[in-house]
Design a protein. Structure first.
Length: 99
């Protein structure tokens, strides 16, 4: 028996979203992007007192989880919330928390 055979696909997706959200910087980025249409990575690095490489790793984690999407507009990258996955994450957590 494997963990995948015991857990549902919904639980696995919720866990992936939760893992990606499991850092305060990522929560900050998600909150910021959820309140506006998009933001450039350079603007984010000016707002956050962390190295650009560290910010890049956080953005990569959020992107791999599908919570954000990036579009290259050379020489910058524009990041936006992936609305479909963001809405799914909210619904999964709502169901999990019984609210």
């Amino acid at each position: 028996m494997t963990i995948d055979s015991v857990t549902s696909e919904k639980q696995q997706r919720a866990a992936r979203y939760a893992k990606a959200m499991g850092h305060p910087v990522r929560m900050y980025v998600l909150e910021l992007l959820s309140k506006q249409s998009c933001c450039y990575s350079g603007d984010l690095s000016e707002e956050l007192p962390i190295a650009k490489s560290t910010l890049s790793q956080h953005l990569k984690e959020l992107k791999e989880a599908g919570l954000i999407q990036g579009e290259i507009e050379a020489p910058r990258i524009k990041y936006c919330i992936n609305r479909e996955n963001w809405d799914e994450a909210k619904q999964l957590f709502k169901e999990l928390l019984g609210t």
